[in-house]
Write a protein that binds this ligand. Structure first.
Ligand SMILES: CC(=O)CC(=O)SCCNC(=O)CCNC(=O)[C@H](O)C(C)(C)COP(=O)(O)OP(=O)(O)OC[C@H]1O[C@@H](n2cnc3c(N)ncnc32)[C@H](O)[C@@H]1OP(=O)(O)O
Ligand SMILES: NC(=O)C1=CN([C@@H]2O[C@H](COP(=O)(O)OP(=O)(O)OC[C@H]3O[C@@H](n4cnc5c(N)ncnc54)[C@H](OP(=O)(O)O)[C@@H]3O)[C@@H](O)[C@H]2O)C=CC1
Length: 289
C-alpha cells in the first residue's frame, strides 16, 4: 500500500524540511516544497543542492541520480498547490500556533480525503495538530533526525485518534520507500528520543551557565569519554537553540518537571539571535550556516 504514495509535499525548507524533501526526492517521489516567500524558497533550494553535491562528493550518490532527484523537486509559495498531494509532511518552525493554523489550511486544501497529513514536530503532541483538521484519523507524527539524509531513524507517532492503518501505512512508507528505520512512540511531548535527549542537553547548558565547565570542555568530555559524535553544546547548536528552547517548553508544559525547564542562558541566547549553526553563533562559532 505504501508504494501508492507518489506525490508528496514538504512544508518548510529549513534544515529539516530541506533534508526530508531530499530524502523523498532520492526515493523517487514527486516532491512539492512549500515555503513562505521566494527568499526562503531559494535558501531551501540551495540547502538541498548543497547536500546532494556533498553526497556526490562523498561517493554516496551517483551524479546522474542527484540530477534526477533535483528534477523531482518543485518549489512554491502557494499552499493551494498542495491540492493533489497524497502525503504532506509539515516541517516549519516549532511553534504550536503556527503549526495548528497550517494543519487547518492543509486540511482544507488537500483534496483527496484519504491523504495523510504528517508533522515533523520535535515535541508538540500530535493530537493538537489532528484536532485542527477534520481528519484526525490521518494525522500523525513522522519525526526525522538531523541531518535527515544521514540519520536512519524516523519516530512514527499516532495520536489517540490516528487510525492504526495510517500508522502501519506510514511505517511501511518510511522503511520500504524512504529506506529509514522506525520506532513507534506514544503521543506525549518529546516522544521517545527528545524526552531522553533534551534534559541531557539542558543539563549541559546548566553546567556552562553555572561556570562549572566550559562549553568546549563539556563537549570534549562527551565526545572523547563516551564516543558521542558531537558533545551536547555542539549538538544544541546543530539543532538550533530556538528549537531546543521550544522543545523544553513543550516538555515542561506536559510533565511539569523541573529538569525540562529551559535554563535562562538558553532563553537569553535565543533572545540575542544566537541560535547556533543556522545563525553562525551559539555555544560555538560556526563557519558556514
Ligand atoms: C531535535 C529533534 O527533534 C531530533 C534530532 O534531530 S536530535 C539531533 C540528532 N542528531 C545527532 O545526534 C547528530 C549527531 N552528529 C552526527 O551524527 C555527526 O556529527 C554528523 C552526521 C552530523 C556529522 O558527522 P561527522 O563525521 O562529524 O562529519 P562529516 O564527516 O562531515 O559527515 C559525516 C557524513 O554525514 C554527511 N553529512 C553531514 N552533515 C550533513 C548534512 N547537514 N546534510 C547532509 N549530509 C551531511 C557527510 O556528507 C558525511 O557523509 P559521508 O560519511 O558519506 O562522507
Ligand atoms: N533542528 C532539528 O534538529 C530538528 C528539528 N525538528 C523539527 O522540525 C521543524 C523545523 O525545524 P528546523 O528545520 O530545524 O527549523 P529551521 O529554523 O531551520 O526552519 C524553519 C522553517 O520554518 C519556516 N517558517 C518560519 N516561520 C513560519 C511561519 N510563520 N509559517 C510557515 N513557515 C514558517 C522557516 O521559513 P523562513 O526561513 O522564511 O523563516 C523555515 O523554512 C520543527 O518543528 C523542529 O522542531 C525535528 C527534528 C530535528
Amino acid at each position: 500500500m505504501s508504494s501508492e504514495i507518489a506525490r508528496v509535499a514538504v512544508i518548510g525548507a529549513g534544515q529539516m524540511g530541506a533534508g526530508i524533501a531530499e530524502v523523498c526526492a532520492r526515493a523517487g517521489l514527486d516532491v512539492l516544497v512549500c515555503e513562505q516567500d521566494t527568499r526562503a524558497v531559494e535558501a531551501g533550494r540551495a540547502r538541498i543542492q548543497h547536500s546532494l553535491d556533498r553526497a556526490v562528493r562523498a561517493g554516496k550518490l551517483d551524479r546522474a541520480e542527484a540530477g534526477r532527484a533535483s528534477r523531482r523537486l518543485r518549489f512554491g509559495t502557494d499552499l493551494g498547490e498542495l491540492s493533489d498531494r497524497q502525503l504532506v509532511i509539515e516541517a516549519v518552525l516549532e511553534d504550536e500556533q503556527v503549526k495548528t493554523e497550517l494543519f487547518a489550511t492543509m486540511d482544507k486544501v488537500v483534496e483527496d480525503p484519504a491523504a495523510i497529513l504528517a508533522s515533523n514536530t520535535s515535541a508538540i503532541p500530535i493530537m493538537r495538530l489532528g484536532m485542527a483538521t477534520g481528519r484526525a484519523g490521518q494525522v500523525l507524527g513522522l519525526h526525522f533526525f538531523n541531518p535527515a539524509p544521514v540519520l536512519p531513524l524516523v519516530e512514527v507517532v499516532g495520536s489517540l485518534l490516528t487510525t492504526p492503518s495510517t500508522v502501519d501505512r506510514m511505517e511501511r512508507f518510511a522503511t520500504d520507500v524512504l529506506g529509514k528505520q522506525t520506532i513507534r512512540a506514544g503521543d506525549r511531548a518529546g516522544f521517545v528520543v527528545n524526552k531522553l535527549l533534551v534534559p541531557y542537553l539542558l543539563s549541559a547548558i546548566r553546567m556552562v551557565e553555572s561556570g562549572f565547565a566550559t562549553a568546549a570542555d563539556v563537549d570534549r568530555g562527551m565526545e572523547l569519554g563516551t564516543a558521542h559524535p558531537m558533545g551536547p553544546l555542539r549538538l544544541s547548536d546543530l539543532i538550533g537553540l530556538d528549537t531546543v528552547a521550544a522543545i523544553a517548553e513543550s516538555l515542561y508544559a506536559e510533565f511539569k518537571e523541573p529538569l525540562y525547564t529551559p535554563p535562562p542562558l538558553l532563553l537569553r541566547m535565543v533572545d540575542a539571535g544566537l541560535l547556533g549553526k543556522k545563525s553562525g553563533r551559539g555555544f560555538h562559532v560556526h563557519g558556514g550556516k
